[in-house]
Design a protein around this ligand. Structure first.
Ligand SMILES: Cc1cc2nc3c(=O)[nH]c(=O)nc-3n(C[C@H](O)[C@H](O)[C@H](O)COP(=O)(O)OP(=O)(O)OC[C@H]3O[C@@H](n4cnc5c(N)ncnc54)[C@H](O)[C@@H]3O)c2cc1C
Length: 418
């Protein structure tokens, strides 16, 4: 161990690695640092520049006790980190340390006022530049631990007393995160929960794609239920967006994490309830009332009172009712409409594609990481943060906040050691 200086390596310069470097600088005051961040891309933070459709949804302004519920099974693991460094701390860091003003949008989502994820990345990199050695174009090939950590890269080998593993998950691999965190963690003795895509669009089977394609670009509110082998597995509610290939939008992206990595033989489909505010019975009663009151109106126009007009005309067409008027509308047709509007089946063509998933479900098992420090319970002085861990949040700034909170704990723990 080198005397006095903190000799730490950060493997992977994505959101988590950059945040860890920032917190090491911020918390160290005037102490001497010997921090090296190693990134395989020519510039760190490639995925970060894509976040929030290029605007970077930095965090979500909710109390940590509420926020933790947005991380699925990892809520209890992440809670101490969110309590110690929560959304308010993130906003303060961006405003006071980086000088980036922030603004709040719907659903408590926080963005930089400049609406530029590239600026966020650039400001993070320039914040650390005076205290952290940034080595780019350096692919980490191997990590070993004896007295110290030995890190072999395509640009040479390095030694560190502390190591932050932040090579990301395996989603959106074109940004550089190809699952190396898992490879290194496993080699160092960690158990890794198999990775699969989360927060992803869903590809419809050929039959359902005919419908989604004709409604491409239309968004609406829906309850979305995933069925596997004819059993409901999970539900979400919120906005969905029809697309040429199938479905996207927050409610669909959120349920994607529940789709198994192999759906062969499971008859997997999403059931859409396009009028989630009403029960089947309520909708049927409302429809009977409208039919009675407006006998000279086309059924399509009555349905358009509940859903967007394009959805109404597509649904009535599927029921063969395009030019049918309300007068004398038979009960059987009402049943068909009910089935198509509140139980619309969208067959799933394939498992979630890692190329399109925004985050990874799975990663280093949380049982082997101390949730108060992010230190490995298997290898001393190893810290694991970001998507390398088996933590995934819903859409809305939660995943970057997780990186920020975990990075803070890791930096604080490293600095407390010397
Ligand atoms: C399109 C898109 C939009 C998103 N929008 C948002 C949003 O608005 N808000 C939000 O909260 N979350 C958002 N996310 C999720 C968020 O970006 C991720 O959760 C976050 O970037 C994870 O950070 P990370 O540092 O763990 O991993 P990454 O950002 O993937 O960083 C890992 C880094 O490690 C490097 N690396 C990998 N292997 C090696 C190696 N062997 N040697 C050296 N370097 C290596 C990679 O090149 C990469 O730079 C979005 C994701 C995507 C794909």
């Amino acid at each position: 161990m080198s005397e006095g200086k903190i000799r730490a390596g950060i493997i992977g310069g994505g959101a988590a690695g950059l945040f860890a470097a920032c917190q090491l600088k911020r918390l160290s005051g005037n102490r001497e640092l010997d921090i090296t961040l190693i990134e395989k891309n020519p510039i760190p933070g490639k995925k970060l520049t894509l976040t929030g459709h290029g605007r970077c949804n930095i965090t979500n302004r909710k109390d940590p006790s509420v926020l933790k519920n947005c991380y699925h099974e990892a809520g209890n693991f992440i809670y101490p980190a969110l309590k110690e460094f929560g959304p308010e701390d993130t906003v303060r860091f961006f405003e006071n340390e980086l000088g980036l003003k922030t603004k709040e949008e719907d659903n408590n989502r926080i963005f930089p006022v400049c609406d530029s994820a590239v600026t966020v990345r650039d400001m993070l990199v320039s914040y650390i530049a005076d205290r952290v050695k940034i080595i780019t174009d350096a692919n980490v090939l191997d990590i070993k631990k004896s007295e110290a950590f030995w890190v072999n890269t395509s640009k040479g080998a390095y030694e560190f007393d502390y190591l932050v593993l932040s090579c990301g998950g395996s989603s959106f691999p074109k940004t550089g995160s190809v699952g190396d965190s898992y490879k290194f963690a496993e080699k160092l003795g960690h158990v890794v929960v198999p990775a699969r895509g989360a927060l992803a669009p869903v590809k419809a089977d050929a039959e359902a794609a005919l419908l989604t394609k004709s409604l491409s670009g239309v968004s609406t509110e829906a309850k979305v239920t995933l069925y596997l082998s004819d059993r409901p597995e999970a539900s979400t509610a919120g906005e969905i967006l029809f697309a040429d290939f199938g479905l996207t939008g927050p409610a669909v992206m959120e349920i994607a994490r529940e789709i198994p990595s192999d759906i062969t033989g499971l008859n997997a489909y999403l059931e859409l309830d396009l009028i989630p505010a009403m029960s089947d019975e309520q909708f049927d009663r409302e429809l009977i009332g409208l039919i009675g009151k407006h006998p000279d109106t086309k059924v399509t126009n009555l349905i358009a009172r509940f859903v967007p007009a394009s959805v109404a005309s597509e649904i009535t067409a599927r029921c063969g009712l395009t030019d049918v008027y309300a007068q004398g509308f038979p009960k059987d047709n009402r049943k068909r409409l009910l089935r198509e509007i509140k139980h619309l089946k969208i067959g799933i063509a394939e498992a979630v594609s890692m190329d399109k998933a925004y985050v990874t479900r799975g990663g280093v098992s949380l049982k082997e990481v101390d949730r108060k420090t992010m230190q490995s319970k298997v290898v001393s002085d190893l810290y694991i943060i970001g998507e390398a861990l088996d933590v995934d949040g819903i859409s809305g700034g939660y995943n970057l906040q997780a990186c920020m909170s975990e990075a803070y704990l890791a930096a604080k723990s490293i600095l407390s050691k010397q």
